[in-house]
Unconditional design. Structure first.
Length: 269
C-alpha cells in the first residue's frame, strides 16, 4: 500500500512541482506527527525519491525517474526556489559556470559557481555540487535569466562574467584559462553591457586588467570604453594576475598600467 507521503510526492510531481518544504508536506499530511514525517522523508531520501537541498534547510527536491541516475533533476528546476525562496538569498550563477551557460567555456565545469552575499559551505545535491563565493551588492549587478524547458535561474551578464573571471583568475583556473574563456564571451559583449558591468562592479584594477586583455583580443572599441571609464579613476601600476609577486620578465602596458609577463606577450604574437 502506498504511503501518504509517496502520494503527496507523486501528486506534486504530476503537477510540475518538484520543490517542497517540510512545512508544505506537513500541511498536506495533518494526521502525521513531526517525528513520523521526518522518518518518512528520510526513507524516501534513502530510496532516491527526494533529495535535500542542504542540511537544515527543510527544502526537498523530488527526483523524477529520468533523473534518478543523477540523483537530482536539472538545476533549472530547483536552484532559484532553493536560494531565493527557501534561503532568501540574492544570488547569481557566475564565473566559469556562467561562461558555460553562454557556451564560452571550452572545458566542462565540474561544479556550479554561485555568487551570494556571504560565503557558504559547498552543497551537494545529487551529482550537482554548488560552490559559493562572496559578492557584495548583488541586487545591483547586471544579471539575466537562464531559461530552459525545465525552469530558470539567474546568471551574470556576459560582461560581468568576463570582469569577474579577470578579477578571480585563480578561482577560474588561472590566466591562461581566463584568456581562453574571454575569447568565447567577447563577441556577445556590447558597449552598453560592459559599461553597466563596470559601473556595478566598480573595481579599478579589474578594469585595468580587462582593458589590457581586450586590446590583446583585438577589441579596440571595448578597450576604448574601458579606458574612458578609467579616465576619472585613480590608477596604479599592477600585475596582470591579482596577488602575483614573482612574475618574471614583464613589459608595462602604459595605457592601462598593467605589467604583462613576457611569456604571455610571446604567446599572443
Amino acid at each position: 500500500m502506498r504511503s501518504p507521503l509517496v502520494a503527496v510526492l507523486d501528486a506534486a510531481e504530476r503537477g510540475g512541482k518538484l520543490n517542497l518544504r517540510t512545512a508544505d508536506i506537513a500541511q498536506a499530511l495533518p494526521g502525521v506527527s513531526a517525528d513520523a514525517l521526518r522518518q518518512a522523508l528520510h526513507r524516501q531520501q534513502r530510496k532516491g525519491r527526494i533529495v535535500s537541498a542542504s542540511r537544515g534547510s527543510e527544502h526537498w527536491v523530488i527526483v523524477p525517474l529520468q533523473d534518478a541516475s543523477a540523483g537530482a533533476p536539472p538545476l533549472e528546476t530547483w536552484l532559484d526556489a532553493y536560494l531565493s525562496r527557501t534561503l532568501g538569498l540574492p544570488y547569481y550563477v557566475g564565473l566559469l559556470s556562467a561562461a558555460e551557460v553562454y557556451g564560452a567555456s571550452p572545458q566542462a565545469v565540474m561544479v556550479t559557481q554561485i555568487m551570494v552575499p556571504k560565503a557558504r559551505r559547498p552543497v551537494q545535491v545529487g551529482r550537482h555540487r554548488l560552490v559559493f563565493f562572496e559578492r557584495s551588492r548583488i541586487p545591483e549587478m547586471p544579471v539575466a535569466w537562464h531559461e530552459t524547458t525545465h525552469g530558470r535561474f539567474k546568471v551574470s551578464s556576459q560582461a560581468l562574467t568576463a570582469l569577474e573571471l579577470v578579477a578571480r583568475q585563480q578561482m577560474a583556473g588561472g590566466i591562461a584559462r581566463v584568456l581562453e574563456v574571454l575569447q568565447g564571451l567577447i563577441p556577445d559583449i556590447t558597449n552598453e553591457g560592459l559599461r553597466a558591468a563596470l559601473d556595478a562592479l566598480d573595481e579599478i584594477p579589474t578594469a585595468q586588467r580587462t582593458g589590457l586583455l581586450l586590446i590583446r583580443a583585438n577589441q579596440p572599441d571595448l578597450a576604448d570604453l574601458v579606458a574612458t571609464w578609467l579616465e576619472t579613476k585613480r590608477t596604479r601600476r599592477i600585475a596582470l594576475s591579482p596577488g602575483a609577486t614573482d612574475t618574471g620578465p614583464c613589459t608595462l602596458d602604459a595605457r592601462f598600467k598593467v605589467l604583462v609577463p613576457d611569456s604571455i606577450q610571446q604567446a599572443n604574437t
